[in-house]
Design a protein around this ligand. Structure first.
Ligand code: SIN
Ligand code: CO
Length: 341
């Protein structure tokens, strides 16, 4: 069966016409007019220390950002208007959010980041901003007005707690209703204002950045062990300019650096580990009694990132080579998130 974007457009057409090119609005893409997460449940998540949450309040022309976890008294003190509570990584804690992520299985898993859920009071929003990644914004209960501006070099608001656009000149407006889906490519300016209490579910994408990759690769090489040798200078003669760097020392440094080697195989293993690594705030809790698998369905834990390349599997930043007979089953588990016992 042909893969489809929620709402009917074929994944192939979506990727060709919109992906990383221009926004797409799909009316009634998902039957999420019903809240699958209540305000009470979202507030409960925002109180947990192992969940990343933020509160954005608008005070006239100023925006205030507070980071969670929040205590019950703080959440009870919220005014009637002008704030948004944002909870990231909801898919790690709630199977319904994980199901939402699975709707985008036509994209490589290594590109999918998380589901963020926001709840806004009337007038609430996070202000005009740009995100560096693609995002699918699915409207839950309540209506929101989105204003967009094509990606360009935006001026930033100096000294603001949020990365806001100072010279936002939106050219498109969409009033989204429950179940509507809005796709935004990276860099597009956007500002969503809640018209009434409303939920927005953001399926966020991720993409490695070159400099981050390089830094992580150097860490990996460090762990693996660098070629080691001590500097020796048995032929040292008295110096007249003691602050001058000795040429022999520079030559030694260069020679040592040139001895750092890696193979394409090692780089592949590093990339798989890097792309499957969980975020720092993710906490795994081992199960006490793991039931026997035979005859049951095995499910991948929502916190587990399982990726593969050939017979090499990458799980939460580690890797192993699967025996040929197990590889097909493991690939199915990685792709679908479940497997017949
Ligand atoms: C929100 O849910 O209010 C913000 C989502 C976004 O703009 O990325
Ligand atoms: Co955004």
């Amino acid at each position: 069966m042909e893969e489809r974007l929620p709402g009917g457009l074929s994944a192939r057409d979506f990727l060709r016409r919109h992906w990383q090119k221009k926004p797409l609005l799909v009316r009634g893409a998902l039957p999420h007019g019903r809240a699958w997460l209540s305000r009470r449940e979202l507030f409960a998540l925002a109180r947990r220390p192992d969940v990343e949450s933020r509160l954005v309040e608008r005070r006239g022309a100023h925006w205030r950002l507070e980071r969670g976890p929040f205590d019950a008294a703080r959440l009870a003190r919220l005014p009637r208007r002008g704030w948004t509570l944002l909870v990231s990584g909801v898919n790690l804690h709630d199977a319904r959010a994980e199901n939402l992520l699975r709707l985008f299985d036509f994209l490589p898993r290594a590109r999918l980041d998380d589901v963020m859920v926001s709840y806004a009071a009337p007038g609430g929003g996070v202000g005009p901003h740009r995100d560096s990644y693609d995002v699918f914004l699915i409207q839950g209960p309540g209506r929101r007005l989105w204003r967009l501006e094509r990606a360009r070099r935006f001026a930033r608001v100096a000294g603001a707690p949020l990365d806001l656009i100072a010279d936002f000149r939106p050219d498109t407006e969409y009033l989204v209703e429950p179940g509507d889906l809005l796709y935004l490519p990276p860099g597009w300016g956007h500002d969503g204002r809640a018209l009434e209490p409303c939920f927005t579910y953001s399926v966020g994408l991720r993409a490695p950045r070159g400099a981050e990759l390089a830094t992580a690769f150097l860490d990996y090489l460090h762990e693996r062990g660098f070629p080691d040798a001590g500097y020796r200078d048995p032929g040292l003669a008295p110096v007249r300019s003691p602050a001058r760097l000795p040429e022999e020392m520079i030559a030694f440094g260069m020679k040592t650096l040139r001895r750092i080697r890696w193979s394409p195989r090692e780089a592949r293993i590093f990339l798989g580990r890097y792309l499957s690594a969980p975020k720092p705030e993710v906490v795994f809790r081992p199960r006490r009694n793991v039931p026997a698998l035979a005859g049951r369905e095995a499910r991948l834990d929502a916190k587990t990132r399982l990726l593969y390349s050939g017979r090499r599997f990458f799980v939460n930043g580690e890797d192993f080579l699967a025996p040929p007979r197990a590889a097909a089953a493991l690939r199915a588990l990685a792709d679908r998130g479940r497997l017949d016992g």
